[in-house]
Design a protein around this ligand. Structure first.
Ligand SMILES: NC(=O)c1ccc[n+]([C@@H]2O[C@H](COP(=O)([O-])OP(=O)(O)OC[C@H]3O[C@@H](n4cnc5c(N)ncnc54)[C@H](OP(=O)(O)O)[C@@H]3O)[C@@H](O)[C@H]2O)c1
Length: 341
């Protein structure tokens, strides 16, 4: 699509009502909205890609209670990571044609203070899609929280998802001896071992997780990176090696309808005997975390030690609800993006 001179008219998606269970298309509405020429100090951006993530489901509930993450409001367009190109600027820091990353993505056109749009150089990565990924969480969780390193046997739950598909590769790049992943289909299990360098993988729907994990890690796991909760957490405790570290990053099973997923049972005696270290964590995308990930991501890409797994959903901004519903259902692999224009 060719950029127009402002004012511009474009589509945006708004939240039509709060979600109590799983989102449906009726929870959203797509509207045409006019965006005026940018005010002094502001820019107008034509979006290219929006990133869709599991936490968006929580933000659609009335009181998500997530620190640092403003809840979505009925009647307004939700926020979300995006990349686009400046088409009009009233601020000297950004020029027409600059590529910018920002958090106002559920819309074709975004406008606001220039300081909220971070200029990037498209030549840093093979494509604009590479700027939108969950690597900061994956890197912080693996490197800083779990402190994964040489010789570790690692288990990643939800290993083919946005965070998990990078977490396993990060563990390998940092010298882990064996990385095991779980996913919800035979196709995803094959993807983990054939494309993402996992040493072994299993389908958590095929039988008790504890049995499948024990078979693949007979000497126990040293590191657990959990994005699921529930049965997968309970199994990891049973299969933990002495002094195992557990970085708990998410409970996607609860986000997709298993109310008990966020409340797994903890075998305290197993934890005491094996002196398991359990560390729940949140990433706040501090400058240090962003820098650490970007530096390692570029280096590992150049060295061929990492790939960025992602799925692009076509269909413009009106495809965002469908993409979020599909993501929660397990329809995609890796980081999920919607191509806006
Ligand atoms: N702590 C932090 O700072 C932080 C930051 C970012 C994200 N997170 C959290 O990390 C988790 C992963 O986020 P994401 O955006 O990368 O999501 P995601 O992996 O893209 O989530 C979608 C995947 O979840 C899996 N899934 C759905 N229901 C499941 C269930 N009952 N059991 C196991 N897997 C299930 C599906 O894969 P299968 O087909 O394999 O089932 C689906 O493809 C989320 O809980 C998110 O809130 C935390």
């Amino acid at each position: 699509m060719t950029a127009q001179t402002p004012p511009v008219t474009g589509k945006e998606v708004r939240l039509a009502r709060y979600v109590t269970d799983q989102p449906s298309k009726d929870d959203f509405e797509t509207v045409e909205a006019e965006t005026a020429a940018p005010a002094d100090g502001h820019v107008l951006v034509h979006n290219r890609y929006l990133q869709v993530t599991a936490v968006m489901r929580d933000l659609m509930t009335e009181d998500p209670g997530l620190p640092m993450m403003p809840a979505y409001k009925v009647g307004e367009r939700p926020w979300g990571g995006a990349i686009g190109v400046v088409v009009a600027s009233a601020d000297p820091s950004l020029a027409v044609g600059d590529t910018v990353q920002h958090m106002d993505g559920w819309t074709e056109y975004s406008t606001g203070p220039a300081a909220q749009y971070f200029k990037v150089d498209p030549s840093w990565y093979p494509g604009l899609e590479y700027f939108l990924n969950q690597g900061i969480t994956a890197y912080h969780g693996m490197a800083d929280v779990a402190e994964v390193g040489e010789g570790d046997v690692v288990f990643v739950s939800n290993a083919a998802g946005g965070v998990g598909s990078l977490a396993g590769q990060i563990a390998k790049a940092r010298g882990a001896k064996r990385v095991i992943g779980s996913a919800g289909s035979a196709e995803k299990v094959a993807y983990l071992t054939e494309k993402l360098g996992y040493d072994a993988a299993f389908n958590y729907k095929d039988g008790p997780v504890v049995d499948q994990l024990r078979e693949l890690a007979p000497d126990g796991i040293d590191v657990f990176f959990d994005l699921v909760g529930g049965e997968q957490f309970e199994a990891a405790v049973q299969v933990a090696a002495q002094g195992a570290r557990m970085a708990l990053g998410g409970t996607v099973s609860a986000q997709t309808g298993d109310a008990q997923g966020a409340f797994p049972r903890l075998d305290i005696m197993a934890g005491i005997i094996r002196q398991i270290v359990i560390k729940p964590f949140s990433t706040y995308h501090t400058p240090e975390q962003i820098q650490a990930w970007n530096q390692h991501f570029s280096q590992w890409l150049q060295e061929g030690k990492i790939v960025l797994p992602y799925t692009v959903v076509e269909g413009g901004v009106e495809a965002v609800p469908e993409a979020l519903i599909g993501l929660l259902r397990g329809a995609y692999k890796g980081n999920v993006l919607v191509k806006i224009s």
